[in-house]
Design a protein around this ligand. Structure first.
Ligand code: GDD
Ligand code: MG
Length: 327
């Protein structure tokens, strides 16, 4: 059997204030009619079973958006490493031996998704942990990087995996022909749970085997699967993405995919732009006016306003952290 497992437990902090912890970006229709989670679910019609892994606070929303899926709720929010270990364990219990395609729900995909997915699932059936690689277009620091190794036919070995490098390293990787990690993975439950046996997920793996996930989540540190498993495994392969891909991770990324006007402005909601270029003007109920600015993000949602130069929009994450600490 094939299983599609969608990850929908993140808080999407870099798209604040459109995305907030009570309505994270996977539930928003940022680039059209359907929410990003619904768009993701619509891409996996070929799977025999669909599951969504999320946190307790989002479970009802997930059931509304993806009524056809089984919803797996983690005992605690500890990032994608524990989330995937828990969900993979549950899938093995419920489905038995299978190949799983694990997908983030915060991406925009255009073009033919299924052939790449089938290749990744075939690699999983061959016993590998499969990743999907995208040709980079800039030295982004918000992604993982994959050094492709020897060719195995439809996919290549992963010679090295480096999660979220600094800017200098990212530039070097792009020059050397490394790929972006699209954040999509395929594996069999046994292959992944074996790989997760060493390293930071170990306390969770032991507790899952003992039938006590709550205790495992108490003991395991929050860590993404990229750091916890993909950087260390020697069993990974990379499938080239046969589709257009963009991570709608930041205001800058969103501006790249929205239809811009002749001056390069991307507008969501109501706005008036005068002598303004290459800017993002986004709001729900507030009318925004911008005069004489360039490369600026202005986002007004609820009672919150964000103003940031486009190229610094990755730093919204730090701002949200500071806001949380202040309450
Ligand atoms: N269930 C669950 N539980 N899902 C989670 C959790 C959690 O605790 N934390 C995050 N997610 C979901 C998010 O909603 C998103 O759909 C997906 O997991 C990926 O998490 P992100 O937090 O968005 O990861 P990232 O974008 O920083 O990095 C990953 O994706 C990049 C590509 O977009 C990495 O895999 C990078 O290597 C990759 O380049
Ligand atoms: Mg992301």
């Amino acid at each position: 059997d094939t299983v599609a497992l969608l990850l929908a437990g993140g808080t999407g902090t870099r798209l604040y204030p459109a995305s907030r912890s009570d309505r994270p970006k996977q539930f928003l229709a940022l680039d059209g009619e359907r929410s990003l989670l619904r768009q993701t679910a619509d891409r996996v019609g070929f799977a025999d079973h669909v599951y969504v892994a999320t946190r307790e606070a989002y479970a009802d929303r997930v059931r509304d958006i993806v009524p056809e899926a089984g919803v797996l709720v983690e005992p605690a929010a500890k990032d994608t490493g524990p989330a995937l270990a828990y969900a993979t364990h549950r899938v093995r219990d419920q489905v038995g031996p299978c190949a799983m395609l694990c997908l983030p729900s915060d991406h925009r995909v255009r073009g033919d998704f299924e052939p790449t997915a089938e290749t990744a699932l075939a690699a999983a059936r061959d016993g590998f942990l499969a990743t999907v690689g995208v040709e980079p277009t800039r030295p982004a620091t918000g992604y993982g990087y994959i050094e492709p190794g020897p060719d195995l036919g439809d996919y290549r070995e992963v010679a090295a995996f480096r999660e979220k490098p600094g800017e200098e390293a990212a530039r070097e990787y792009v020059e050397r022909g490394w790929l972006w990690n699209a954040g999509m993975f395929a594996w069999t439950p046994d292959a992944f749970l074996d790989a997760a046996r060493d390293g930071p997920l170990r306390p969770l793996g032991d507790a899952l085997d003992a039938g006590d996930p709550e205790r495992g989540f108490e003991r395991v540190d929050a860590v993404s699967v990229d750091y916890a498993v993909m950087e260390d495994t020697e069993n990974a392969v990379v499938v080239p993405a046969g589709f257009d891909w963009d991570d709608l991770g930041s205001w800058d990324a969103l501006a790249r995919v929205l239809d811009a006007d002749a001056d390069g402005n991307a507008v969501l909601g109501d706005a008036l732009a005068i002598d303004t270029a290459d800017s993002v003007l986004a709001s729900d109920d507030t009318h925004v006016t911008a005069i004489g600015v360039e490369n600026l993000v202005v986002a007004a949602y609820d009672d919150r306003v964000l103003v940031v130069p486009r190229e610094k929009s990755q730093r919204v994450r730090d701002a949200v952290r500071a806001l949380r600490e202040d309450g």
